[in-house]
Ligand binder design. Sequence first.
Ligand code: NAP
Length: 293
Amino acid sequence: MPDSPPEREIPLNLYRHGDPLVVRVRSNRRLTAAASGNDVHHVVVEFPQGAFPFLEGQSAGFAPPGLNARGRPHVPRLYSIACDRSGDDGAGDSLAICVKRVLYRTESGDEAHGRASNMLCDAQPGDTLPMTGPAGREFVLPADPAANLVLIATGTGVAPFRAFAQHRATLPHAGRGQLWLFFGVQTRADALYADEWDAHAAQPATRVTYALSREETTADGRRVYVQDRLREAGQPLLALVRDPRTHVYVCGIKGMEVGVEAAFAALAQDAGLDWQALRQALWIAGRWHVEVY
Ligand code: NAP
């Protein structure tokens, strides 16, 4: 039976903007390969053991230093926690986040830096940071170990799925649900945690399907996105999604859910089914989870 989040005890907002937990940076490493133009980091912070309980799928907040244009402290930016509830190394005194350095052009053409992402990508071991959270209750991993997980990620949206897969790997194989990750990145050099996904994919009932948008093209010459891979996965995927033990999670770039839904609608149509009705049923059962921003 699928479980619904409100029936579970979910730690929530134990530390807030005005009263954060001060954490220490333990390590900071670049995740993207040298060939990638994207600078994505795995940042680990530590705190007293047990001080920040969380579940897979929750987020932590980090506010950039200084004041905003109105002279007030910046509000925290949320990052999905990229390790399971036991922390980065299993000792319960740390967590990891996955951060892409944000650089952009202003309307006047100047280069600008995302304050929080640059602070985190530049953080050095020993630095202290105020952290808020844990945040979020709708995107958590189902408590039922037999739940099947269809995980659809773009870019750093894969962070919570690393936590899901780590926790699932601690469960006995027998009775454990399936996991199928669809992961969209620009190039192989951008495939975050690729070694770990390879190791998971070697386990039973576990599949990882990439969409490399800048290395692969569709038959009609477009960039390949996760929604193209969903469409290719076909009726076995739709059957998995219709299984009452299956939860679908979509995480990453705002707007990706439109393409994801269109792919499922096409699969449903092929099977003579009404996707809107299926999707509504998933939503009501608490089996359809979206976190995009
Ligand atoms: P990215 O590198 O810009 O893109 C990842 C992949 O998605 C690329 O292959 C990209 O293709 C493709 N893509 C672009 N538009 C798409 C669409 N409409 N549908 C499907 N695929 C599409 O990703 P990113 O910069 O890491 O961004 C990830 C997003 O996740 C951010 O918006 C972030 O805020 C959000 N997020 C982050 C976290 C976290 O903890 N860090 C957690 C949750 C969500 P092309 O670029 O080749 O077009």
